[in-house]
Design a protein around this ligand. Structure first.
Ligand code: PMP
Length: 381
């Protein structure tokens, strides 16, 4: 039986004790035992979201959290600024349209981060805009946006700033309260090292007030209801994903034991080594230097080599999963190696050495071992 190392940007590698927690017999959710798990999970999430505001947990993938944000904040006809610099920014636009809100699209070339002044200009040109919807780590390109600088533009206006931090939370810094972000969305299967199945939404008082007044229809993702039952009964409106909430408690323990600063430094180091390896192999990094994410490295594949083939051979022959390119723009042209979840330096070295082997097999000319050596020298420095 082959092992399967996940170097993908979600789902990510799950540590053994979390796997063990997932194997525990199910308990009922309307019990003091589960209420304690839920309470601890919420407290732990507040630590990772760096907020004192409410954090609500829903049974869905990350997109459910994004939908909850749009359904609760934007009424039909409301305008929202959306930043499109990749596949996941485009999702905000699609969600706005689904709820009859009007997306004001700020286009950013793929591989670049949004400039705060672009947001400023869009807000000035669209008075009365209700929300600014952005992405912390644009997973399709490997860019981390400067959320702090964008928050400086949006705070002190009528609009709320909503950040899709599905990829980046617990991997790169995102200080909800200190930076002045109103809503942050995340999910269980990336930085939190759990299986997919939970979405998290942190929402401050300004945004909750907007949710109370919002006219969009909502049922499953009604944050007013979720807040109420959490406060009154330490419960969720519907059956929670019990097993994943229990596993989340273990995940948060890991993150707290390390402390956020050390966690961010760990992933930054893995990212640095991965980039050094790619460059040593003569490969180009896709995003601009200024906004390259520590959550994943997007590497351009050499001329004449199919990126999807690299990904398939690594996975099917050698049991190492990386991600390919998304959308017309990047399909077959890049591979994406994630540094999130339960991975360490030897996982990165294993991934790089496998990439080298497959590149060699596909006819790319380079010095075998040069990528691994470059990564090793980062880890030994
Ligand atoms: N936003 C970002 C930045 C993501 O990386 C992803 C998942 N790759 C999503 C949204 C969508 O999350 P999900 O697939 O869990 O719905």
């Amino acid at each position: 039986m082959k092992k399967n190392l996940l170097l993908t940007p979600g789902p990510t590698q799950i540590p053994p004790d979390i796997c063990a927690a997932l194997g525990r017999p199910i308990i009922h959710h309307r019990t003091p035992q589960f209420q304690q798990y839920l309470k601890d999970a919420v407290e732990g999430l507040k630590y990772v979201f760096q907020t004192k505001s409410d954090v609500l947990i829903m049974a869905s993938s990350g997109t459910g959290g994004m939908e909850a944000a749009v359904a609760n904040l934007l009424s039909p006809g409301d305008k929202a600024i959306v930043v499109e610099g990749g596949k996941f920014g485009e999702r905000w636009t699609e969600l706005c349209k689904a709820y009859g809100a009007i997306p004001v699209v700020v286009k950013v070339p793929w591989g670049k981060g949004v400039e705060p002044k672009q947001i400023k200009e869009a807000m000035a040109a669209n008075p009365g805009v209700k929300a600014v919807l952005i992405t912390l780590v644009e997973t399709s390109t490997g860019v981390t946006n400067d959320v702090r600088a964008i928050a400086d533009v949006v705070k002190n206006t009528e609009a709320v700033l909503v950040v899709d931090a599905i990829s980046g939370l617990g991997v790169v810094d995102c200080q909800m309260d200190n930076w002045g972000v109103d809503v942050v969305v995340s999910a269980s299967h990336k930085g939190f090292m759990c299986p997919p199945g939970l979405a998290f939404i942190a929402i401050n008082a300004k945004a909750m007030k907007m949710a109370e007044a919002c006219k969009s229809p909502r049922y499953y993702f009604d944050l007013r209801k979720a807040k109420k039952v959490m406060e009154k009964e330490t419960d969720t409106p519907f059956t929670p994903a019990i097993g994943i909430v229990i596993a989340l408690n273990e995940s948060i323990k890991h993150i707290k034991e390390q402390g956020l600063e050390k966690v961010f430094a760990h992933f930054a180091r893995l990212a640095k080594a991965t980039r050094a390896a790619a460059v040593a192999l003569g490969l180009k990094l896709y995003p601009d230097d200024s906004c390259m994410s520590n959550a994943l490295t997007t590497i351009c594949v050499p001329e004449g080599v199919d990126g999807n083939k690299i990904m398939k051979v690594m996975r099917d022959t050698y049991g190492i999963s990386v991600a390919g390119g998304q959308g017309e723009e990047l399909k077959g042209k890049v591979i994406r190696i994630a540094h999130m979840g339960c991975i360490d330096e030897y996982d990165i070295i294993t991934g790089i050495s496998c990439l080298e082997k497959v590149l060699k097999e596909l006819g790319y000319k380079f010095t075998l071992g040069s990528g691994v050596a470059a990564a090793q020298s980062v880890f030994n420095s």
